[in-house]
Design a protein around this ligand. Structure first.
Ligand SMILES: *Cc1c(COP(=O)(O)O)cnc(C)c1O
Length: 358
């Protein structure tokens, strides 16, 4: 830390993204990216924008919002766009929490929630997941402050029925409920239909996972007009041009070619089922995933042993520091070839670990 850094941020523990190694080629199953590159139309649309890179992008993203309106049935004034959905989460913590209104989220969830609370010096109420790793809805009902629920949750992959989230929305209209739906398109139920009934709901989604655009950085959110206006105030006080031209063009083309993403989503679901079955045969335990990853417990060793063994064999998975999940790793679902490589490496690891089947 330099002597210029704010003293009150001295202890800030920044978010640690999954490894993005640039040295050797791994089968990379650690950051929940899509294994499928964007379709041709998306690549062409982004490339065509290069011509106009001397001009600022549309700060309102009107064309993209109109397509979102068509496809999601939400008016433009209820849509917010940002540089990845992390940006929206950041703005929401900034806008809607303070000393009297903590951020409330589960102990095992997206690591960024705690970082945003620390960064904005907001109290965090951390609610342990139940022993089966599902969200403790009763505990949420007993707390005040902005509820932040990743649904499906990461790293567990478990989806909470929208009905349960509706219970939290209905119990206290003065409380904002942020539902982080980064993985919703892989087979969970979105809370978006509840927006007609509840103005205290903020649904956050992203183009990073299901839509193959992690590198473009594009997130979007749906909320009441007032909530969206508040987020716009923060955005215009931070960086009005937060979504660049190439990304806006890529997002528009992706929405126009939604069938490509749907097809890829089906492939991921199929590979997930296949991987799940193969791992169960090898003695792994796992949660029931509705996302593009599996949260698995190897039959021998802890998560770190397995992670290191897999890395040696050229496969990257995600391991966690949190004591409660030290025996688990998260495995992104890739294409068929990647999953075959992952399973071969896993069998080899188990042999090395002296594991006898059956
Ligand atoms: C990946 C992820 C995000 C953020 O994605 P962006 O790339 O910033 O859009 C948000 N929430 C969860 C739970 C995620 O896993």
């Amino acid at each position: 830390m330099s002597r210029f850094m704010r003293k009150d941020l001295a202890s800030l523990q920044a978010y640690t993204p999954g490894e993005q190694p640039q040295d050797r080629r791994y089968i990379k199953l650690n950051t929940n990216e899509s294994p499928f590159p964007p379709c041709e139309a998306v690549k062409e649309a982004a490339a065509a924008e290069a011509e106009k890179l001397h001009l600022y992008p549309d700060p309102d993203g009107g064309r993209l919002k109109r397509l979102l309106t068509e496809q999601y049935g939400v008016p433009e004034e209820q849509i917010f766009l940002s540089n990845g959905s992390d940006d929206i989460l950041n703005f929401a913590f900034m806008a809607f929490c303070d000393a009297g209104r903590p951020a409330v989220f589960p102990d095992i969830s997206y690591g960024f929630y705690q970082v945003f609370a620390d960064l904005h010096r907001i109290p965090a109420v951390v609610l342990p997941l139940l022993p089966d790793f599902t969200v403790d809805v009763e505990a949420f009902l007993a707390q005040k402050g902005m509820a932040v629920i990743a649904n499906p949750n990461s790293p567990t992959g478990i989806a909470l029925p929208a009905e349960e989230i509706e219970g939290i929305l209905a119990a206290d209209p003065e409380r904002l409920v942020l539902v982080d739906e980064a993985y919703v398109d892989f087979g969970a139920e979105s809370c978006l239909p509840l927006l007609k009934k509840y103005d205290n709901l903020l649904v956050v989604q992203t183009f990073s996972k299901y839509r193959s655009l992690a590198g473009a950085r594009l997130g979007f959110a749906f909320g009441s007009p007032d909530v969206i206006r508040d987020l716009e105030t923060i955005r215009y006080s931070t960086n009005p041009y937060n979504v660049n031209r190439m990304t806006l063009a890529a997002g528009i083309a992706a929405l126009k070619n939604a069938e490509y993403d749907r097809e890829n989503g089906r492939k991921i679901q199929k590979n997930r089922a296949m991987t799940e079955e193969a791992l169960k045969k090898l003695g792994f335990e796992m949660t029931r995933s509705s996302a593009n990853f599996l949260f698995v417990r190897p039959p021998v060793g802890d998560g770190k042993d397995y992670y290191l063994g897999m890395k040696e064999r050229g496969v990257l998975v995600r391991v966690y520091g949190n004591e409660r999940i030290r025996n688990y790793v998260r495995v992104t679902i890739g294409d068929e070839e990647q999953m075959a490589g992952f399973l071969r490496a896993t069998e080899d690891y188990l042999k090395g670990a002296g594991h006898e089947r059956g």
